[in-house]
Design a protein around this ligand. Structure first.
Ligand code: NAP
Ligand code: HSE
Length: 351
């Protein structure tokens, strides 16, 4: 990586689906603005897909090459940053591993990979002195990773509670407001690009749990295996459950919840009854919201689009812009990947 100068930041994009398509459009539409903010251009050199003949929702810039060989990205010495937007665990890990070996910085939206196997990747990125950014992996457009990593560092985080899965919230909202059946609402969420390739991750609570694991690392400086969480999703909730909750003045929301107590950390994901007057009860559709309580700030609430092409691409671009600014800084002075110094992570009992 050269100095932060006129040299463009050269990107290899793995994945040209919902989020990848949003990224390609947004990089093009806001190119001038991004350049004014970075002091240089962000250029897409190569894009990796499974099927090179498939119709795409966005047009690649002239000169950008489509490939089905991930090594064309990872092994290209001109590429500075590998953006991983293919999802899943095994292939994504292989690509990121190889890209780190080849000296690339990484941006990913892959919460499943980071929750289940992130520790090894963060350690490798530290060893290789590369940046691994993942703002888009939690709560789509909401800058909650950055907030916990940078803005709330003066606080002891006391609790964090969030609507972290747009698909589940969309389904619950459609069942509540429009009386839609569960399956119909799920199909709509898939059509709108909110759901995971395997939507059971959404409706069984695992996607929210993946995000919660990422957030508690940042909040408390702890590493827990993903399996430490108690997880229940919205599958099995009926129209009757939702109507009854409403009649008694409640809404049902799928919440990720963590609380720091004197004895340890509470940590769980489940559908929760919330009084209709509370802000979280009124977060509708694919919107997400995260309520963070710190000892100095008190309650703070972060709200925004939790899924979808452009909102998620917005977070990916924020990470790319940060890399244009940070890559040349002394690695010792960078913000640590998990908000705490790697040798300052700790163990706190899960209650
Ligand atoms: P998607 O629409 O299914 O797109 C996946 C893309 O990756 C496709 O272009 C696919 O190629 C390509 N791909 C998949 N496996 C591949 C492989 N082995 N080799 C080469 N290319 C491969 O997925 P998405 O919704 O954009 O999600 C991407 C990532 O972002 C996931 O980690 C997801 O959890 C995360 N995310 C998604 C959202 C959202 O709202 N969708 C929000 C936040 C985070 P083909 O097109 O040729 O099949
Ligand atoms: N499937 C995820 C959701 C995408 O519905 O929230 C955003 O992470």
């Amino acid at each position: 990586m050269t100095k932060n100068s006129e040299k463009p930041l050269v990107v290899g994009l793995a994945g040209f689906g919902t989020v990848g398509g949003g990224l390609v459009r947004l990089l093009d539409e806001n190119a001038d603005l991004i350049r004014r903010r970075c002091g240089r251009a962000i250029v897409l050199k190569k894009v990796l897909v499974r099927n090179a003949t498939k119709a795409r929702s966005a047009q690649l810039p002239a000169g950008t090459e489509l490939t089905t060989d991930y090594r064309a990205l990872t092994d290209d010495p001109e590429i500075d940053v590998l953006v991983e937007l293919i999802g899943g665990i095994d292939n994504a890990r292989t690509i990121i591993d190889r890209a780190l070996d080849q000296g690339k910085h990484i941006v990913t939206a892959n919460k499943a990979l980071l929750a289940e196997e992130g520790l090894a990747l963060f350690q490798k990125a530290d060893r290789k002195k590369r940046i691994l950014r993942y703002e888009a992996s939690v709560a789509g457009a909401i800058p909650i990773v950055e907030t916990l990593k940078e803005s709330l560092t003066g606080n002891r985080i006391q609790s964090l509670m969030g609507i972290l899965n747009g698909t589940s919230n969309y389904i619950l909202s459609e069942m509540t407001s429009n009386g839609l059946d569960f399956d119909v609402a799920l199909k709509q969420a898939q059509h709108l690009g909110y759901a995971e390739a395997d939507p059971t991750l959404d409706i069984d609570g695992h996607d929210a749990a993946h995000k919660l694991i990422l957030l508690i690392r940042l909040a408390y400086g702890v590493h827990y295996p993903y399996t430490a969480l108690s997880v229940r999703g919205i599958r099995g909730l009926s129209g009757m459950d939702i109507r009854l909750a409403r009649e008694f003045g409640y809404r049902i929301k799928l919440l990720g919840i963590t609380k720091r107590t004197e004895n340890g950390i509470e940590l769980r994901v489940h559908p929760t009854l919330i009084t209709a007057k509370r802000l979280l009860a009124n977060v509708e559709g694919a919107m997400n919201a995260v309520l963070v309580q710190g000892d100095a700030v008190g309650a703070t609430l972060y709200y925004g689009k939790g899924a979808g092409a452009e909102p998620t691409a917005s977070a990916v671009i924020a990470d790319l812009v940060d890399i244009t600014r940070l890559a040349t800084a002394d690695p010792e002075h960078r913000v640590p990947h998990l908000a705490f110094q790697p040798n300052a992570m700790t163990n706190i009992e899960i209650l």
